[in-house]
Design a protein around this ligand. Structure first.
Ligand code: OGA
Ligand code: MN
Length: 218
C-alpha cells in the first residue's frame, strides 16, 4: 500500500506544531537535545515579547534564585538573571498559546520516549546586559522531577555579536565539547534535564526567553 504524506494546509497551525513536536521527540531520543527554529510564528513571538516587556516595565520580575521553597537562595556568583513565574491559567494570551503548543510536545515525548511527563512549570526570564547563568544542571538537589528543559527565545534580530549564547556541553567527560546556540526569536531549545550541563553567556543586550521544564510525577 502506498501512503502519501502531504504538508499540512497553511492554516493548519496545530498540524504544523504537532509535526514539529514529533521531530523534536525523535531527536531527543536520538541525541538528547534539539534546536527548532521558528517553533512559533514571528507574529506570536512579537506578541509574547511585548507581553514580557510590559511585565518587565511594571517591575514584575524578581532576581532568580537557586533551589526552591525554604532552600531558595540568591547566588549571584551562579546566576544574575531575572524571572517571573508563569501561572498557566492567568498568563498573557501569547504565553498561553505557547503553553498550549507545548502540550503537543508533552504528548509526543510521552508517546515515543515513555517519559511519563505530567506537568510543565515555567518562567519568563530577562538577562540584562552583562548577566549570566554559570554552568549548571536543571535539577534541584532534593527533588529530581525535572525531565526535559525547554527554552523559547523572544529576541528580535539577535546577532552573533550580541553574545548571550546558550552553551550546551554535549560530552559530560570532555569540557571542550559543546554547542553554542544563539537566542534567536522563535527558536526553541529542548534537552534532557539530567544529562546536559549548560550555561548562559553574558550578552550586550537584554536577552528574553520563556524557560520551563516538563516534570515526571516523582
Ligand atoms: C535556565 C537556563 C538557558 C537559556 O534557566 O536554567 O539554563 O538559554 N536557561 O536561557
Ligand atoms: Mn538551565
Amino acid at each position: 500500500m502506498t501512503v502519501y504524506h502531504s504538508e499540512p494546509a497553511p492554516c493548519s497551525v496545530h498540524a504544523r506544531v504537532d509535526s514539529l513536536c514529533t521531530q523534536i521527540a525523535d531527536s531527543l531520543g536520538e541525541q538528547g537535545w534539539c534546536v527548532t527554529p521558528q517553533f512559533l510564528s514571528p507574529a506570536l513571538v512579537a506578541q509574547a515579547r511585548d507581553e514580557l516587556e510590559a511585565h518587565w516595565q511594571r517591575g514584575d520580575f524578581r532576581p532568580a534564585g537557586i533551589g526552591r521553597g525554604a532552600s531558595l537562595q540568591l547566588k549571584t556568583s551562579v546566576r544574575t538573571d531575572w524571572v517571573r513565574w508563569l501561572d498557566p491559567l492567568h498568563c498573557e494570551p501569547a504565553h498561553q498559546h505557547y503553553l498550549a503548543a507545548l502540550e503537543y510536545l508533552r504528548a509526543a515525548i510521552n508517546r515515543s520516549l515513555y517519559l511519563g511527563l505530567v506537568e510543565f512549570e515555567s518562567h519568563l526570564a530577562v538577562y540584562p546586559p552583562g548577566t549570566y547563568y554559570r554552568k549548571h544542571l536543571d535539577q534541584f538537589r532534593d527533588m529530581g522531577t525535572r525531565s526535559v528543559s525547554c527554552i523559547l527565545y523572544l529576541n528580535d534580530a539577535w546577532q552573533a555579536a550580541d553574545g548571550g549564547q546558550l552553551r550546551i556541553y554535549t560530552d559530560a567527560r570532555n569540557d571542550a565539547h559543546y554547542q553554542e546556540i544563539l537566542p534567536l526569536g522563535g527558536q526553541l531549545v529542548t534537552f534532557l534535564s539530567t544529562r546536559f550541563l549548560h550555561e548562559v553567556m553574558p550578552a550586550t543586550r537584554h536577552r528574553m526567553s520563556i524557560t520551563g521544564w516538563f516534570k515526571t510525577r516523582g
